[in-house]
Design a protein around this ligand. Structure first.
Ligand code: PRP
Ligand code: URA
Ligand code: MG
Length: 218
């Protein structure tokens, strides 16, 4: 199976297989209707969650199989918490729940101002023991990086260490990756696609438009 690649320090890109490119071709197409957008975005989200799980540390576990045969296996270390940046990040919660039964989920409501593209924090609700968990920070789009950086600030203020955070997104702009890692170099970014640039409205190019609107509204 094709493996995700660390294309830059702490930037992990899903393998750009024909299948993945096919999925992105559907969700990027402006003619794709909402039901298909949701279905195919969900498939990519599932791949991102699986790759996030691949990144977690494990310890060796010796398993006794039938007839007393031994299997040298692995056991996950530690506990996970999903944290979604509302609204669009909530679309990624189900993919995480599908892989991690009864996983804890926290929420941070951050919205980009439509004029300035600057993020504003409205609300946060996080599990009390969040500092003891690995965090899957969920937001499909990394554009300027402003929203994600604000979310990381909230997490650090709760005692989480940056090495505990894995930021899962579907599309990232080079400008956003650079800004984000210049502030938080130890947070691992796991992405399905790195696009060309941002446009004058700070939208990703070629991108897919407004993810939240396409997943929930249009
Ligand atoms: C979008 C997206 C990210 C943010 C990315 O959310 O989901 O949160 O913009 O942009 P940035 O990297 O420049 O901060 P938006 O604020 O549009 O709200 P939504 O989730 O309600 O769509
Ligand atoms: N938010 C989106 O949904 N899309 C972008 O391209 C940028 C921010
Ligand atoms: Mg958002």
């Amino acid at each position: 199976m094709a493996e995700a690649k660390e294309v830059d320090k702490n930037v992990i890109l899903l393998p750009q297989t024909n299948q993945l490119i096919g999925l992105y071709s559907i969700i990027r197409d402006q003619r794709t209707k909402r039901s298909d957008f949701v279905f195919y975005a969900d498939r990519i989200i599932r791949l991102l969650v699986e790759e996030g799980l691949n990144q977690l540390p494990v310890e060796e576990a010796i398993i006794k199989c039938h007839g007393g045969h031994e299997y040298k296996g692995a056991k996950f270390l530690g506990k996970i918490c999903g944290v979604s940046i509302v609204r669009a990040g909530e679309s990624m919660e189900m993919g995480l729940r599908d892989c991690c039964r009864s996983v804890r989920i926290g929420k941070i409501l951050i919205q980009r101002d439509e004029e300035t593209a600057l993020p504003k924090l409205f609300y946060e609700k996080l599990p009390d023991d969040i500092r003891d968990r690995y965090i899957f920070l969920l937001d499909p789009m990394l554009a300027t990086g402003g929203s994600a950086m604000m979310a990381v600030e909230v997490l650090l203020s709760r005692g989480v260490k940056s090495e505990q955070i894995f930021f899962l997104n579907l599309l990232a702009a080079p400008e956003g990756i650079k800004a984000f890692h210049s502030k938080y170099p130890d947070v691992k970014i796991i992405t399905g696609g790195i696009d060309e640039r941002l446009d004058e409205d700070k939208y990703i190019v070629p991108g897919l438009g407004d993810f939240g609107d396409r997943y929930y509204c249009i």
